[in-house]
Design a protein around this ligand. Structure first.
Ligand SMILES: Cc1ncc(COP(=O)(O)O)c(C=O)c1O
Length: 361
């Protein structure tokens, strides 16, 4: 290369995308925990009318959306910051607090974006393993806070395990380290129904991240946000550009918030019908599944790769895991009951095949 990038960038790698190069729209997408639901009519109509008016030609204006979001989150506007998906929020928070030679404390396994962004900044992710049952061990986590740790990350519910982190444990961490930022990633908040936002008035070091990608089904439009103390929000604003969030995302999210019943119905179907069905059917087959507060399940399987390949050949994508602690597991996104019933029937046939391999003739 004729020019050199900064050494931390040169040392980093591209974030690996599963099924890279595949047209995912042709598959049943249980791989990225997306919402498999059509948007409500009011969202589609608002997007069409925006496309027909100023949607493409005018720069976006976020101002009005802050008040809708403030109502939805029950948090004052000064404590909110919109981002281009919550991945963008992770990047902004890390850039604000983490530099070369620093560490970011995370659980393991967890959402790999944390380690990825840390590397681009010349920092490292210091991983504290979850227990063998994939539970969060707050004491082990706290024991690993060294001087180099500049950001504490808790993903709740954790991706890819679905682990629920107790609010008491989050508070214990906030209390133990009042001078370090504690990031609580609540990308799956609408599914878990649990948030640390009630701790905001008492802890100026709390930073919560949320997403419109998951329960609201707006992954393609890219909208996330930060909830934090206004002093932190003011600092993070410096790392944002004025038009990071596009007009279509703002309009779609505003329409959703006018009628959140659509999202609530979907969440109810996923969490109260589909997930229990998949969980109990997998357990009945002797497959180990970890308790999850998200819209996904982590399943440990003897012949994981064969099953993942078989599913893909039949048009279904799931997420085989790479982290050494779960290299025999796949994450299954949970969608509407019809899709999951068909999925289980497909899996039944494959596991049946596995139990009774065809005889050589
Ligand atoms: C825990 C967690 N945080 C953040 C994100 C990023 O989501 P988005 O950038 O779509 O808001 C994801 C996506 O899968 C996630 O699982």
């Amino acid at each position: 290369m004729a020019v050199s990038v900064l050494p931390d960038v040169a040392d980093a790698t591209e974030f690996p995308l599963p099924w890279n190069g595949k047209d995912r729209s042709r598959y049943v997408r249980l791989d990225l925990s997306e919402a498999l639901v059509t948007p409500p009519d009011n969202v589609v109509e608002a997007l069409s009318s925006l496309a027909a008016s100023t949607g493409f030609t005018s720069y976006p204006n976020e101002t009005a959306f802050y008040s809708s979001l403030s109502q939805y989150t029950a948090v004052p506007e000064r404590n909110l910051l919109l981002t281009n998906g919550s991945d963008h929020a992770i990047q902004i928070v890390m850039r604000a607090f983490v530099g070369s030679g620093d560490s970011v404390l995370t659980s393991a396994p967890t959402f790999p974006m944390y380690a990825h962004i840390a590397t681009t900044l010349g920092a490292e992710a210091k991983e504290v393993p979850l227990t063998t049952d994939m539970e969060f061990d707050v004491d082990a986590y706290l024991e690993n806070v060294s001087d180099r740790v500049r950001l504490l990350v808790i993903v709740n519910p954790n991706n890819p395990t679905g682990t629920r982190v107790q609010l008491d444990d989050i508070e214990k961490i906030l209390q133990a380290h009042p001078n370090r930022p504690v990031l609580v990633d609540e990308a799956y908040f609408e599914y878990s129904g649990e948030t640390a936002s009630g701790l905001l008035p008492d802890y100026a070091n709390l930073i919560i991240l949320r997403s419109f990608s998951k329960a609201f089904g707006l992954a393609g439009l890219r909208l996330g946000y930060v909830i934090s103390h206004s002093d932190i929000v003011s600092e993070l604003k410096k790392l944002r550009q004025p038009f990071d969030v596009n007009s279509f995302a703002l309009v779609a999210a505003a329409e959703h918030l006018k009628n959140p019943a659509h999202m609530h119905h979907y969440v109810e179907e996923v969490m109260e019908r589909s997930k229990p069905l998949v969980e109990s059917s997998l357990r009945a087959k002797g497959i180990c599944v970890f308790p999850s507060s998200g819209n996904f399940l982590l399943a440990r399987m003897k012949h994981r790769d064969r099953i993942v390949k078989g599913l893909r050949e039949q048009g279904v994508l799931v997420a085989p895991q790479r982290h050494p602690m779960i290299a025999d597991s796949m994450r299954i996104g949970i969608g509407p009951i019809k899709i999951m019933t068909d999925f289980m029937a497909m899996l039944d046939r494959m596991i049946g095949d596995e139990c009774n391999p065809p005889r050589a003739t």
